[in-house]
Design a protein around this ligand. Sequence first.
Ligand SMILES: [Zn+2]
Ligand SMILES: [Zn+2]
Length: 553
Amino acid sequence: MAEPVRLTFLGGLGEIGRNCACLEVDGRILIIDCGLMFPDLSMPGVDLVLPDFSWLRENADRVEACVLTHGHEDHVGALSYLLRDLSFPIYGSTLTLGLARSRIDEQGLLDRTELIPVLDGERRWIGPFDVEFIPVAHSVPHGFAIAIHTPQGVILHSGDWKIDLTPVDGRRTDLARIGTIATTEGVRLLLADSTNAEEPGHTVSEREVGTVLRGLFAANRRQRMVVACFASHLHRIQEVADAAIESDRVIATLGRSMAKNVALGRQLGLLRIPDANLRDIEQIGDLPPERVCVICTGSQGEPMSALALMAAGENRWIKLSAGDTVILSSHAIPGNEHSVGRVIDGIHRLGADVIHSGLAPVHVSGHAKQGEIKTLLAIARPEYFIPVHGEFRHLTHHSRLAMEMGLPDDRILLCEDGDVVAITDEGIDFAGEVPAGYLYVDGIVGDVGRGVLRDRRVLAEEGVVIVVVTVDARTGEVVAGPEVITRGWVYAPEAESLLEEARKVITISLEDAAAQGSPDFDTLRRNVRQAAGRFVHERTRRRPMIVPVVMEV
Ligand SMILES: [Zn+2]
Ligand SMILES: [Zn+2]
């Protein structure tokens, strides 16, 4: 009887982001990816969302290492938080480690880890884990699928992947190796990327974007070209650079992460841009527009990004005008459509032209669509299957695809964050749960918590009414006030009479309380809150936050 293996999902199953799975073999824990999630509109003021690491903290002494599939923030961005409490080595491709490194470095935590580069196809022991790193194509170079050869058979994790038969760097998803594993050892369990499980067909090759970009550069020969894309998408940046160089332009980067990643990509030999074609952004002002290409961040409409500042006419170096063509080589992530729309509006208002993925095929996805997903299932022929990396609907659609491919439904586990599965001789089944809620980060504070977010939503939607009153501690009689202060309920200078009425209503309720005998502090606070709340709602049908401040003398 072979020793059981366990798998615990701390994030990524039920949302796009904070991908993190933990594999247990022989009492040791291998972390597969450690990512963050960006907040949505329901999380005002939150900077980042992390996995709940309490289970890992409790088992800190058993953590062997972390292996990274690729360098996107939803896979590496939480490392700089986990490393505050834990210390472990991190394995990944050189580029992945380069991208992960900067956040860890910023937090001053590099001494808590060792970054160990691995090569395409490399297979090595990490403690009791026999780990193989299989090349996959994705929207950041040098991604891996990860095969772990365990006592319970091979667990294959696809990472974020797609099939690109003509990738920009020539590095294809190694389906042949996956096929070999399937026909020799067999794949006991497949964990695969669900992002595009609802999308029929196949993703278009990244190379096609290059062709479109070259065409656009040619069609706008006299224009200055400004292209926004993800700073980690080095393939795309290469294609933009190629189009620029072909049309005899120099290239300048704008945005901190763009400058950093272009430098990293060139240093690792992943980006081919000759020195002669690169300029600092300060040096392009004197050049005629047809000689210039700017590559910048902000393709998701992020408020303080290079592109957003340009669109608002507030960028120090680039003033957009009719002489500019701006390409958004991206697709708005759900939730960002509004910000992207506003940026596009701003650029138009300045007279520049905008080309986005709704107008021309200037973007392709980095994730496998249904055709590729089925191809992987056909080649890997897993005994068991767990869809990962997606919202619940993506996971559901992915499991349907697996069923279509002939996998019986008792071999498909629809897991969510926090689920633990045990892999034993008898099969694979649910084996418990661990805490896996959202950990909200605001500034450097670890956990903002749900209560704070609830308060923020009320404040944002309804405002606040603060009632300050001083009472005699013995009799409960009002000595001073009540003072009614508000932000976001009504605009006080124009609502003096309403505030005066509120003061009267609250005074009466306090007098009533005092008449019924000397009330205690909590009763007074409750009275003030109820009286103010009732009045505010009756008169304005609103429910702002009511903060009673009762002082005793
Ligand atoms: Zn991802
Ligand atoms: Zn990714």
